[in-house]
Design a protein around this ligand. Structure first.
Ligand code: GAP
Length: 511
């Protein structure tokens, strides 16, 4: 589905609104509406259950957003959590220099993808995309151009050679997307952390940061948790919480926000065993996505060649968003960097006594880190579909449907009396709703013709619609309509609860 349609659908059907919309919005901040918050809670619940409750050796934490300022000095965020920025002197708009260059390459990549799609149509089932990309000269040239540009940019960023990044922008004749002007300032580094001030201490001393990642709350609590929950290495600490980054580029909806939610797990292991755990967590996390029915060709690993100074291995799980493959989750082997840094700056030992080895050490850490909002966007863009379905007159019509996994769907079942002005039907429906609502998020809906109500539920991804009709009053049966197959079955009213609970349970995901 086109990305613009995904965004429009999210607003029209109460998933996501622009923050402060009546004041013309605040860039890169969004609010989750009634169905959005349900979907987001279900994503968090799936993550929490599978990471914490399914693992005896992983426990949860909810650390505060504000932390001692030295935490961010120790972690390296004060000195090195920067983006390269460039301003356009005419439009006064500010951009991330690397993203201007990546945007330029994306346009070339779009041309490649168009050629691939054309060829796919031409060759039909026999089409081999890999072979086509490897042998078509126009594609090879374009790909080489992209690789050359990105290679040079990455090298210059690694070398902190910001002059060359500017030179590249000028050589490629990249213009300001807002004004078309090519009148650029120099590129300079901009720290991404938001800061605020403690009330009782003035100046630098009282400067507080809003956390840019949840991970540090876990690192500084490592010994507290280990000792008080009697965990032995290897063990993990998991956390879901808000993080804040002063992102400059406000494109791509909830993909990149200033305030977002992370679901992170730090797994503490014996030094020397970290690569085994890293591989294991990569596989486990990929399976977590696949269990939801995400097609294999929409997911891929991107192993980092250039590593952050604290990592000895890192990989992204990328998802094919409507605007291309992008990072959805990161799996990082962070060595003992963070714990060592906190030991040094706090002056407190963060060592673990391993009873089996009879020695003390600072554990190594393998981290899995996924943005809840990005997972939301991935699920919404995958679920939203338009399809032709049979209509009541024997023809076909187009329906808009969100095919969420039932365990993630915001509303699990809708209870619909056939007629709203028939007291007996309304009463039977409300009785059923009052039974089901204790176990699942259900909705009672009596407005409009039944077909219109079905479509409304399809549009928010409700897996089951239960219709209460005249036959219900005679034999206590109802029809249950399944969202994807459109199959309708007559079942006993007392079976509804059990069927909906079972089909919408997360049980199958964990198996
Ligand atoms: N503790 C490691 C860490 O924070 P990261 O790659 O910077 O690593 C992890 O972030 C995940 O958080 C990303 O894979 C992405 O899903 C999400 N994320 C990062 N920045 C984001 C932003 N500005 N808006 C939404 N999600 C973001």
């Amino acid at each position: 589905m086109d990305f613009k349609n995904v965004i429009a659908h999210c607003k029209e059907y109460a998933f996501i609104y622009q923050s402060s919309e009546i004041y013309d919005g605040l860039a890169a901040t969004y609010d989750y509406g009634p169905y959005g918050v349900e979907l987001k809670n279900n994503i968090k619940s799936y993550w929490w259950k599978s990471m914490v409750q399914m693992h005896e050796n992983i426990v949860g934490l909810d650390a505060s957003i504000f932390m001692h300022p030295k935490v961010w000095k120790a972690s390296g965020h004060v000195d090195a959590f920067n983006d390269p920025l460039i301003d356009n002197k005419d439009s006064k708009k500010r951009y991330r220099a690397d993203q201007l260059i990546e945007g330029y390459c994306e346009k070339i990549d779009n041309k490649i993808r168009k050629d691939v799609e054309k060829a796919r149509k031409r060759f039909g089932d026999d089409f081999d995309e890999g072979q086509f990309r490897a042998t078509n000269q126009r594609i090879i040239d374009r790909q080489q151009k992209i690789d050359g540009i990105l290679g040079r940019m990455n090298q210059s960023l690694t070398d902190e050679n910001l002059e060359d990044v500017k030179a590249l922008i000028e050589e490629l004749e990249i213009a300001c997307p807002a004004s078309g002007s090519k009148n650029w300032t120099d590129v300079r580094q901009f720290n991404l952390m938001f800061s605020t001030q403690l009330g009782n201490i003035s100046g630098e001393e009282g400067k507080l940061y809003l956390r840019p990642e949840t991970a540090q709350g876990i690192f500084v609590n490592f010994l507290n948790v280990q000792k008080t929950s009697r965990q032995k290495v290897p063990f993990g600490i998991a956390q879901i919480g808000k993080a804040f980054r002063n992102e400059i580029v406000a494109r791509q909806f909830i993909f990149r926000m200033k305030e977002f939610e992370q679901m992170e797990m730090q797994f503490f292991v014996r030094p020397g065993t970290e690569m085994e755990w890293y591989e294991q967590w990569k596989a486990t996390r990929l399976n977590w996505h696949k269990a939801l029915g995400v097609p294999e060709n929409k997911l891929r690993f991107h192993d980092h060649e250039k590593l952050a100074h604290y990592a000895n291995a890192a990989s992204d799980i990328e998802f094919e968003f409507p605007f291309g493959f992008r990072e959805l989750e990161g799996i990082h082997s962070r060595t003992d960097f963070d714990l060592n840094q906190h030991q040094e700056l706090s002056g407190k030992k963060l060592q673990y006594f391993d009873p089996e080895l009879n020695e003390n050490y600072v554990p190594y850490v393998v981290e899995t880190s996924i943005g809840c909002d990005r997972m939301f966007l991935a699920q919404v863009s995958l679920a939203l579909q338009e399809e032709e379905v049979p209509d009541a007159k024997g023809g076909t019509s187009t329906r808009t449907v969100m095919k969420f996994h039932p365990a993630l769907a915001p509303v699990k079942c809708a209870i619909l009396p056939l007629l709203k002005n028939n007291e007996a039907l309304v009463k039977a429906s409300k009785d059923l709703y009052n039974q089901v609502k204790f176990d699942v998020n259900a909705q009672y809906d009596e407005k409009d013709a039944i077909g219109k109500r079905y479509r409304r539920q399809d549009a928010i991804g409700t897996p089951f619609c239960i219709t209460v009709d005249h036959q219900t009053l005679e034999d206590n049966t109802v029809t249950i309509r399944e969202r994807d197959s459109l199959d309708q079955q007559r079942i006993k009213m007392e079976e509804v609860r059990g069927i909906v609970v079972e089909k919408c349970s997360m049980h199958s995901l964990f198996e």
